[in-house]
Design a protein around this ligand. Sequence first.
Ligand SMILES: CC(C)(COP(=O)(O)OP(=O)(O)OC[C@H]1O[C@@H](n2cnc3c(N)ncnc32)[C@H](O)[C@@H]1OP(=O)(O)O)[C@@H](O)C(=O)NCCC(=O)NCCS
Length: 151
Amino acid sequence: MAESINLPLVIREAKKGDIEGVYKLYQSLTPEDLYMRFFTFHRVSYEEIEQLFSRQDHVTLLAESDGEVIGEATLYDDGEFSVAVDPRQRRGGIGTALVSELIKRARSKTIKKIKFYTLPENYPMIRIGKKLGFKLEFHEDEVVGTLEIER
Ligand SMILES: CC(C)(COP(=O)(O)OP(=O)(O)OC[C@H]1O[C@@H](n2cnc3c(N)ncnc32)[C@H](O)[C@@H]1OP(=O)(O)O)[C@@H](O)C(=O)NCCC(=O)NCCS
């Protein structure tokens, strides 16, 4: 199991005032992380984060410690989600905590199935999927994880 989190960690819904914090988090990600998160190598601009915050088709959760955004997970109304954690804060259970909370949010919405796409080499994400009961389909260039939401 991942080591227990020893920082005071808060998982909460993102609000407009978090744009700067989320931007900083994305700046901390490596090109490989960005590829894992967005399936593209481009760096995320401030404007793109503003656009995400202005859309109503998703719930974004943040992991915050000491006033700093150290993780983010977004679930869209179509059931697809993705997650990213600050590279300096990994392997402490934050990714698992974010996805667990997203599952709870999906339960309280009308979403029947949630889904993630990742690369076959993304061991931490595949491990999160396995631990949380996702059905995993392994393809040559991607892994698809799905979870039926029980109510
Ligand atoms: C995927 C990601 C969110 C995981 O975040 P995290 O906070 O490190 O996740 P956790 O600490 O909950 O770890 C999940 C599992 O993977 C394991 N793990 C994490 N990083 C690992 C590493 N580098 N090597 C081996 N195992 C690792 C953990 O030990 C844990 O397994 P366990 O509970 O059996 O010990 C993070 O790696 C990330 O932001 N990656 C870039 C973006 C991305 O790939 N997003 C997913 C696309 S949907």
